[in-house]
Design a protein around this ligand. Structure first.
Ligand SMILES: [Zn+2]
Length: 348
């Protein structure tokens, strides 16, 4: 599905087999010399066919097209390295390029997952069933881009790192990169000040609440980052939000208040769960299994992948509450090995 937004700006909706997301948006900005694709869709046949057909219909030549990726999640980045020509540039952010550049990242995450209560047998199932994300990423190209960005190499490849405040000019539009960490550590939005357009990636979406994850092993406070990034975007004058999923929308400040409210509610729910538990504490997995998720299935029927994401989202909230001195964490040894237990701090 192609929607013309403004002269030279098109929204291309690509189908996803994922039932909850349903589709992902790619934007094409057509210029005289070069075109820009904002987010590429997933490396799956249905996305690839839909994108190639749309580009043909819009008469956009891939040899003359560059890519901007809001964040390195599979549904936004997957096709970019496959479709980019040798003369294309793929713009990505530094924090995620560096994060995924660590070779043991995946294995390290699983270890921390277990420490947070993810049962060993479920973890084994998850590892068996989940394709290694690191195999999807063009790691060598990413590492080279980081080396080039940090001045350790002068070899320019297809992938180039961009950061907050840098601009990309295409088709008479000047797009400014805005660091908006939260949904991912290096998430970037693009802002066009003349027409007041915000290409928001997964930072703000109209009908979906962006998931905020703390991946086991990460030392961040992603919910706090997300809330600050919401304030940053709220300060902008925006006529139209062009999100990573679903349709475009206006009134970004109303949506931002709803998103903030949603996270407060979840925090409240986690506090209730911990409050009902006396002093013995719960693991993040135990908490995740009883709070409410927007998934119409009982916890027992969640796939291991969904449970893994619910754990990461719960950990993001717990980290936020811990930094606010509402929750405390301690490491205990039991029959399963070492486990992190969370409990509520009594109000002083
Ligand atoms: Zn997405």
């Amino acid at each position: 599905m192609i929607e013309k937004i403004l002269p030279g700006i098109f929204r291309i909706e690509l189908p996803l087999s994922d039932l909850s997301l349903q589709s992902v948006n790619t934007y094409l900005l057509k210029g005289k010399e070069r075109n820009l694709i904002i987010d590429s869709g997933m490396d799956k046949q249905e996305c690839r066919t839909a994108l190639i057909d749309a580009l043909q219909e819009l008469d956009a030549n891939l040899e003359k097209t560059d890519f901007f990726i809001t964040h390195l999640h599979e549904d936004h980045f997957g096709l970019a390295p496959k479709l980019a020509s040798n003369s294309s540039t793929i713009y990505i952010n530094a924090p995620e390029a560096a994060f995924w550049g660590v070779p043991d990242r995946w294995a390290e995450g699983f270890k921390h997952g277990e420490k947070n209560g993810f049962p060993r047998e479920e973890l084994d199932k998850f590892i068996r069933e989940t394709p290694d994300f690191l195999k999807i990423l063009p790691l060598e190209e990413m590492k080279n881009a980081v080396r080039e960005y940090t001045g350790k190499s002068s070899r320019k490849g297809r992938i180039q790192i961009v950061g907050d405040g840098e601009s990309i000019n295409v088709g008479g539009y000047s797009l400014k990169c805005l660091a908006t960490p939260g949904h991912s550590s290096g998430h970037l939005c693009l802002y066009e000040p003349e027409k007041k357009l915000l290409f928001s990636g997964d930072h703000i979406l109209e009908t979906i609440t962006p998931a905020i994850f703390l991946w086991p092993g990460e030392n961040r406070n992603p919910l706090s980052e997300f809330l600050s990034s919401l304030d940053k975007v709220s300060d902008l004058e925006v006529e139209m939000v062009l999100p990573g999923h679903r349709r475009t929308f206006q009134q970004h400040r109303d949506r931002i208040s709803e998103l903030k409210k949603h996270h407060l509610q979840r925090e409240h729910e986690i506090a209730m769960v911990l409050g009902s538990n006396g002093k013995s504490g719960k693991t993040a997995y135990e908490i995740a299994s009883v709070v409410s998720w927007h998934i119409p299935l009982p916890w027992e029927e969640f796939t291991t992948g969904l449970k893994w994401m619910a754990l990461a989202e719960t950990l993001a909230h717990l980290k936020y509450m811990q930094d606010q001195k509402k929750v405390t964490r301690k490491l205990l040894k039991d029959k399963n090995g070492e486990r992190e237990y969370y409990s509520l701090l009594a109000e002083s």
